[in-house]
Design a protein around this ligand. Structure first.
Ligand SMILES: [Zn+2]
Length: 546
């Protein structure tokens, strides 16, 4: 079936397109306009509307054991992303898989990455992702606090031994990339260390946090995995931690490196309260370091719950829990912690955090190297995205919000002085073209012939929050799935994976390792059999560079 989206303003920065025109697709793929007078089977009038590729979220905690634990701890958050699901009572509670797919699709998002899956919990994460309707998904597998990698490093094993292990982990856990969370910090936590920075040494293994980051960065790069190592730095949330982020940026040393939720590392120690924005310094470093990309992790005011495998940080943050309940668990490798949190505009520290995120968005020049995230739900639920788009696109709106913050905030932040406003083209770069490139998804994030027909059509409303909250039309693989922000058709997406090659000998080594430590096979512990998903072709393989 040939479909035409007619006469909208097509904003497609990957192809240098921003103007009124048509988008055509057939059988789930974008196609050229047919020659001559060939009519479409289906035509959607997009006059006065904005047409973009489906948006891609590179970092949002939407599945896995920590997310489920947070749901158990915070049933009162259900309203945040609630969508009625009358046909299955158990899932109608709201903050679940079903609402996640519906809410993302309603805003024009068609691909979302869950960025923190422990390899040994990959099957559970994938089963849960498979229950999220409409959108495509992917995972990042977490390494860097795991005994196997640290043992390889302690024994000074070769780079190829590390590569084989990383490749095996990606293939077995069906991930799209590798993340490291406070490298070595979780192991240090188990040895009762409560502070851990880039050059601190992991007890028992004798390797530094920096060495872990560099080892994984190199392995991911040499395997040709498109997405660079995704780094959650040390010292999250602490005053003065901008120095840690700057040191980590410098540690990229010319190779690709992605820093997650940089806002949480944007803090100096200036001002009367010893807490200030260091966003300008960080933005300057990012602007100057072309091999580094970042996502923001914007804070928005309201109740949320922080979910992290950075067990050391979550333990230290537990006393700030609001409401006063929290859960910390040690486990193999990272463990994790769930700490509810209520960001308040009247709170000096929270207000500075809010400013830091927006400053990073606005002071990093290149929208293809700064990515749009709230680190859902850590900075805010993803349902706040439309309000953030509006803030980025309208300095008057920002000024109104700033007026409502404690006056002292202006003394330690630069946000009020920033005039920049994002254009639609820059929004499309940051949420479509750039994330597709960062993840190696050549057929997404743009609207050239051959691309997946993931298309979002928005009313060109001066109220940008309203515009991005409810897409007029959303197509996934060419199927119309959303009208006026409401899902009209349910379908199942796929999970995107990479499978770099590895030496077969690693399979035997991992079998031996798992059987010795757990008495179980590696496949049972870490494997994700396609048959478990119970649907045809649940995975789609993304090519590696070598
Ligand atoms: Zn995160």
């Amino acid at each position: 079936m040939l479909t035409r989206i007619k006469g909208g303003r097509v904003v497609d920065p990957a192809n240098g397109r921003d103007g009124v025109g048509d988008v055509w697709f057939r059988d789930g793929r974008i196609v050229d306009a047919p020659a001559g007078d060939n009519g479409a089977d289906d035509t959607y009038d997009a006059a006065g509307k904005v047409v973009m590729a489906g948006a891609i979220d590179i970092h949002s905690h939407i599945a896995g054991s920590n997310v489920n634990t947070a749901r158990l701890l915070m049933p009162e958050l259900q309203g945040a992303v609630a969508v009625a699901r009358p046909q299955t009572p158990l899932a109608s509670a709201g903050w679940g898989t079903f609402a996640t797919g519906c809410r993302y699709a309603g805003m024009g998002f068609t691909t979302v990455v869950e960025p923190a899956v422990a390899p040994d919990y990959a099957l559970h994460a994938h089963l849960e992702l498979a229950d999220i309707p409409i959108i495509d998904k992917a995972t990042l597998s977490v390494l860097g606090n795991d005994d196997y990698l640290l043992s390889l490093m302690r024994a000074s094993e070769s780079a190829s031994a590390v590569r084989d292990y990383v490749a095996w982990t990606l293939a077995t856990s069906r991930a799209l990339g590798i993340k490291v969370i406070n490298a070595g910090g979780a192991v240090a936590f188990k040895a009762n260390m409560r502070e851990f920075s880039l050059d601190d040494v992991v007890p028992f293994y004798g390797v530094s946090s920096r060495a872990i980051v560099k080892t994984l960065q190199r392995a991911v790069h040499e395997l040709g995995v498109p997405h660079p190592l995704h780094v959650h730095c040390n010292n999250l949330g602490l005053a003065g931690n901008a120095d840690t982020a700057l040191a980590t940026i410098a540690a990229a040393e010319g190779l690709p490196l992605h820093l997650a939720h940089l806002q949480f590392y944007g803090y100096g120690k200036e001002g009367g309260r010893g807490f200030s924005s260091a966003a300008a310094r960080l933005a300057e470093a990012v602007n100057a370091t072309k091999s580094v990309t970042v996502d923001v992790g914007q804070v928005m005011f309201g109740q949320t719950v922080t979910i992290s495998s950075d067990v050391l940080r979550q333990f230290n943050a537990r006393k700030g829990a609001s409401p006063r309940k929290w859960l910390i668990f040690d486990g193999d490798a990272n463990g994790g912690g769930i700490v509810p949190y209520n960001y308040r505009a009247a709170d000096f520290y929270n207000a500075v955090q809010w400013c830091v995120g927006l400053e990073l968005f606005l002071l990093i020049d290149d929208p293809s190297r700064v990515f749009f995230t709230t680190d859902h739900p850590n900075g805010a639920p993803f349902t706040t995205y439309p309000d953030i788009f509006a803030l980025l696109m309208d300095r008057d709106l920002r000024a109104q919000w700033i007026e409502g913050l404690p006056p002292a905030v202006k003394e330690v932040t630069t946000l009020a002085s920033i005039k920049r406003e994002y254009s639609l083209d820059e929004v499309a770069t940051m949420t479509r073209a750039a994330p597709a490139k960062l993840l190696g998804l050549a057929d997404r994030g743009h609207l050239a012939p051959g691309a997946v027909a993931d298309v979002a059509v928005y009313a060109d409303d001066a109220d940008r929050a309203k515009m991005f909250r409810a897409a007029s039309l959303v197509f996934k693989d060419g199927d119309l799935v959303v009208r006026d922000g409401e899902v009209t058709h349910y379908r199942w997406g796929r999970a995107l994976t990479v499978v770099p090659g590895h030496d077969r000998a690693i399979e035997r080594r991992m079998r031996d390792y798992y059987s010795e430590r757990y008495g179980l096979s590696a496949e049972v512990m870490a494997g994700v059999p396609a048959a478990a998903i119970g649907r045809p072709d649940p995975f789609e393989q993304v090519p590696c560079a070598r």
